[in-house]
Design a protein around this ligand. Sequence first.
Ligand code: URA
Length: 205
Amino acid sequence: TETVMRRKSAADDLETLREEAAHCRACHLYKDATQTVFGEGPKNANIMLVGEQPGDKEDLAGHPFVGPAGQMLDRALEEAGVDRKKVYVTNAVKHFKFVPRGKIRLHQKPNTPEIRACRQWYEREVSAIQPDLIVAMGATAAQSVFGKITPIGKNRGRLIDLPDGRKALVTVHPSYLLRLPDPESKVLEYQRFVEDLKIAATLQR
Ligand code: URA
């Protein structure tokens, strides 16, 4: 019956999911975060973009990818020819994980139990949206999309078949580009990111 319930909840509409996720207690991250940051985008999106978790700005705004990583993402999507307005954008983990450092809240990578606890929301978003292509940006997203640890380097930049018939595309996380100290590698890595996203652009409708 557990499976039946799951199947049934697959029909959940996005607004119901969003409301349910707002009260999620599946892991401890809700305690310090401001709010659940759920995915956003059109219900008929055929591409789903998956990030890691909301950052400081997203936690406060309640929307995914609105801070510095979001600006980097917007720029790259535009350059790749992907229309963000037609894409469903979400995160593997829906609460901001951080440690206070003076006045700032320092991002902390979510761990496997946290990623697993949150995966139900990702799965239910996939069921509600039914995307053809899921773009996993970074290792945390890839872990959710493939259900196991999946290295970025050897999987990025090509379409991979998922067991449910959808396609996955693995690439880096835009925050990785922001962290690169060397300007030259930053430019190169940014271009590679755009090249990866161009594969998504070919499938957008
Ligand atoms: N980084 C993410 O992975 N997701 C966001 O929403 C913002 C920054």
